[in-house]
Design a protein around this ligand. Sequence first.
Ligand code: ADP
Length: 534
Amino acid sequence: MFGTMMDNPLSITLIIEHANQIHGEKYVYSLSPDGKIHNYTYSNLYSRTMKLADAITQLGIQQGEVIGTFSSNNHQHLELCFAIPISGSVIHPLNIKLSPVQLSKIIREADDKIIFVDGMIYDKYVNLCNQIEGIYSIVFNLQNSQNELSCEYEKLLTNARDNYTTDIQDENMAMALCYTSGTNGEPKGVLYTHRSMLLHTLAVNQADVFGLTEADVVMPLVPLYHAMGWGLHYAAMFVGADLVLTDPINQHIIDLIAETKVTVAAGVPTLWKKLIPELLKRKNDVPSLQRIIVGGEPMPEDLIEIYEKELNIEIRHAWGMTEMSPTGTFSILKKKHQKLSDEEKYKIKALQGQPIPGVQLRLVDENQCILPNDGICVGEVQVKSPWTANSYFKKGLDDSLTKDGWLRTGDLATINEDGYMKIVDRSKSLIKSGGESISPMELEAALLKHPLVTDSSVVGISDEKWGERPIAVVAISDQDSDDISEILREHLSKDFPKFWIPDKFVIVEKIPKTGLGKTDKVAIRRTLDGVFTK
Ligand code: ADP
């Protein structure tokens, strides 16, 4: 027997309709090409978005067709991230950090019909243009208003009708396409639906997840191409919080936090590490900042301590994947943890945490047997949720899904009795030396604890005798330190068996990063392979 409830399609239209009707006076801040802060209200955003949706249909874009965006975080990109799906097409935020060759491959696979381009990064786009001939682009935000391209976006809006009504009949219609960051291989496309995105928004808007309220001012320092900016834009608007839009590379993040009184910000650990010295110097300028949501890579315990103890900013450490929209787990303290010492609390917060309500996690061994949640057994993490992908875009079903419908994450972890997950490593990154596994993630965490080390990455290089051997690539603060390899070897020897100690320590100025600020292991392996392969 069916129930007697309305069958309203779950669609992201509900978010912008609610933001407009109930929180129409709340603000979206972003940076103009002249560096000044641009602001307008959710009501302004709504009317421009509806016109843009109308303009997109007038351009002849059909339902289900894909539209690329090549843009920073700004108000036009926010308009696009509603207008494109509301018009029935699919937004595909392009990773602006990828090379033109990588991007053109992705654009061809996605079959982007047009690309909306942020004029502030037009010089980067130019390099891509000759690889994607025939794809029409629409530019906004060009600094030089003389340029005829600059008004193209605004002209579209001026000419559009403002009585657009959306027609999302089926909640399973695709609304956004995001590619994985390709940390360990080729990026793969994940096609979100209206339903999955709305359910993800509701899930992250719980008190023990993002915990946003109408009183918050939210600054997602996560590009939209990274799993739709972790869904923060949608989450913030649904609760009626103000939004501050900028990029992690902005040199004036702290000024912007101070000026707009940001209360919650989000980004990857590398960014929060980089900002520590300035934040420590200027902590009186940013009393509004209460909470930071951090994920994408492990957040080390010592960074959590600096933020919580010295800066009085709460850290919420999350784990997820593009395939999970992206939120999977959050490390939140339970009531029973309140009596623990600060150090014990930081240890729990450095775990990847418990599944958020709606997400199911399990650990399995190589034989697909389910392992106990005892905090000891290491297995592959498999997940299920209404906002998890069941296949990759244009790749169909592959072995990433188990026969009983769980997604294999490729992450290796333990789960303790309280359900807190600790990622040990990625199965693909594990180094197999003489049949034994070595975890690069554990070695990297140990290297980072040495005061001279500012960043590190450990990769496996093929070795005739052992199969693979670890090599550490290390950035250090004092380039003149004598015998740094010996110092680091000794440092690691305290905690690890001899065969774990990397054969070589390669000192570099900077560890290469992917577009998302994650360590680019593919690039590191490529560089090292020719040099050290024995
Ligand atoms: P890619 O797999 O190409 O890096 P994603 O950006 O989707 O693309 O990354 C998801 C992966 O990032 C996860 O499978 C996991 O390995 C890693 N990850 C995400 N958050 C964390 C975290 N808090 N701690 C450790 N690893 C994390």
